[in-house]
Design a protein around this ligand. Structure first.
Ligand code: MG
Length: 371
C-alpha cells in the first residue's frame, strides 16, 4: 500500500542499540508507543499552547494540540500513501521539547542562555529528551528510537547546517528528510492556525467580523455557510466555516504535494532526500492564505493586550528561576547538580526548566522566590 517514495519500515537504519524484533509491532509502531508512554509526553497535558489552563479547560493544551497534529498528519499520510506509523510518531513527538508557558517560555529560556554563549532550541531539546533524559530501560539510556524518528525530530521544521551543528552529523544534514517528516511542519501549522482561531473566538478575544476581514480563507467559507444556513447561530456558522477552512488546507496540501511529487519524478525515498528542496508544500495561493491567517493570529491574538500579562508573567518566572539556580546550584536536585559539574550550570538549568510543566514551574517559583 505504500508509495515507492514512502519510507518502508524495512528500510530503517535501525536503533542505536540493536533490539530483537517484536512479534506483532513494527519498529515505527514501537517508537510511537514509546513516545506515548514517555514522561515528557504526559507532561504536555500541563504545558501552555496559547492559553494557560487558568483561563478555561476548553482551550487546547500542548497535548491536545499534539493529538490534533497526529490526526491531521495521519489523514494526509494515508492520502499520499506514506508510512502512517512514522508520520504519527513524528507528530506525537513534534512538541515534546517545548518548555512551560508556550513561546514566551521558549523565548525567555533562549534569552537566559545567550549571555553564556548558548541558546535554547526545542527540536534539539526534544532529541536530548528521547536520547538521554527518558530513563525507561535497564539495557540502554533514552528511548532508543529508530534513526528516522530521531532524524525527523530534528529536521521536521527546518534544516540544520552541518557547519554549525557538527554534533548532528549522523542525521544527514545535507539531505532533505523523508516526506513523512516534511509533512509535520505543515500539519502543525494547519492545526494551530485553525485551533487558535477557534480558541480565540471561544475566549471572546476574536470577533466573527474581525476574523472574516483579516483571514480571506475563512471569509470565503463563511460566505458559503451564510448562504446555506441562514438561520444558524454565529457560533455554528463560525465552526462550520472553520471546519471548511481546515479541510481546504488539508486538501490543498495533499493535492499540491502529490503534484510536486509527480513533477519531480521521485521514485524512492533516496530521490526525495537528494532533491534540493522539500516536496511537501501548499499551492502558492493557499500558502498566501495560510500566511495571512498566521499574521492575523500574531497581531490579534498572540500579541494582543489581553494575553500580554500572561506572556510577561511566563517570561519573568522563567528568567527569575534561571537566575536563582545559577546563583544557587546547590538548590538543584542532586542529579542535576552532578550534571552541572560536567556540562556547566546554564545548560543543566535550561534542561531542568524546559522539562517543567506550567504547574510545576509556578510551584517552584512560589516556593523558592516566595511569591
Ligand atoms: Mg506544534
Amino acid at each position: 500500500m505504500l508509495a515507492s517514495y514512502a519510507l518502508p519500515v524495512e528500510a530503517s537504519r535501525g536503533r542505536r542499540y540493536p533490539e530483537p524484533p517484536h512479534p506483532y509491532r513494527d519498529d515505527f509502531q514501537r517508537d510511537r508507543d514509546r513516545i506515548i508512554h514517555a514522561r515528557a509526553f504526559r507532561r504536555l497535558e500541563n504545558k501552555t499552547q496559547v492559553f494557560t489552563r487558568r483561563l478555561s479547560d476548553h482551550f487546547r493544551t500542548r497535548l491536545t494540540h499534539t493529538i490534533e497534529v497526529a490526526q491531521i498528519s495521519r489523514t494526509i499520510a494515508a492520502a499520499l500513501h506514506l508510512n502512517e506509523s512514522l508520520v504519527e510518531t513524528l507528530a506525537l513527538a513534534h512538541d515534546i521539547g517545548h518548555p512551560p508557558f508556550g513561546h514566551s517560555g521558549e523565548q525567555a529560556l533562549d534569552k537566559a542562555m545567550r549571555p553564556h554563549g548558548l541558546y535554547f532550541d526545542h527540536n534539539l531539546h526534544a532529541l536530548r529528551i528521547v536520547e538521554s533524559f527518558e530513563q525507561r530501560y535497564a539495557s540502554h539510556p533514552g528511548l532508543n528510537l529508530t534513526f528516522e524518528v530521531r532524524e525527523g525530530i530534528i529536521k521536521h521544521s527546518h534544516d540544520y547546517s552541518a557547519a554549525e551543528h557538527p554534533e548532528l552529523a549522523e542525521y544527514l544534514l545535507d539531505l532533505r528528510p523523508p516526506l513523512e517528516a516534511q509533512l509535520i511542519d505543515h500539519t502543525d501549522e494547519i492545526a494551530y492556525n485553525t485551533a487558535d482561531l477557534d480558541d480565540g473566538f471561544e475566549a471572546g478575544l476574536l470577533k466573527l467580523e474581525e476574523v472574516r476581514r483579516g483571514v480571506s480563507l475563512f471569509d470565503r467559507y463563511l460566505r458559503q455557510v451564510e448562504a446555506e444556513f441562514t438561520a444558524a447561530s454565529a457560533k455554528l456558522k463560525f465552526n462550520e466555516a472553520l471546519k471548511r477552512m481546515l479541510n481546504h488546507l488539508v486538501t490543498d496540501l495533499i493535492d499540491h504535494t502529490k503534484e510536486r511529487i509527480r513533477q519531480s519524478g521521485v521514485a524512492t525515498v533516496d530521490d526525495v532526500r537528494q532533491l534540493p528542496e522539500r516536496l511537501a508544500a501548499f499551492s502558492p495561493a493557499t500558502d498566501a492564505g495560510r500566511a495571512e491567517a498566521k499574521q492575523f493570529l500574531y497581531r490579534n491574538l498572540y500579541h494582543s493586550e489581553t494575553l500580554r500579562p500572561q506572556k510577561a508573567d511566563g517570561e519573568k518566572i522563567v528568567g527569575d528561576l534561571f537566575a536563582y539556580w545559577l546563583e544557587h546550584p546547590e538548590a538543584l536536585p542532586a542529579s542535576y547538580q552532578k550534571r552541572a559539574v560536567e556540562q556547566g550550570a546554564p545548560r543543566v538549568i535550561c534542561d531542568y526548566i524546559a522539562g517543567m510543566t506550567d504547574n510545576y514551574i509556578l510551584d517552584q517559583h512560589r516556593r523558592l522566590l516566595k511569591r
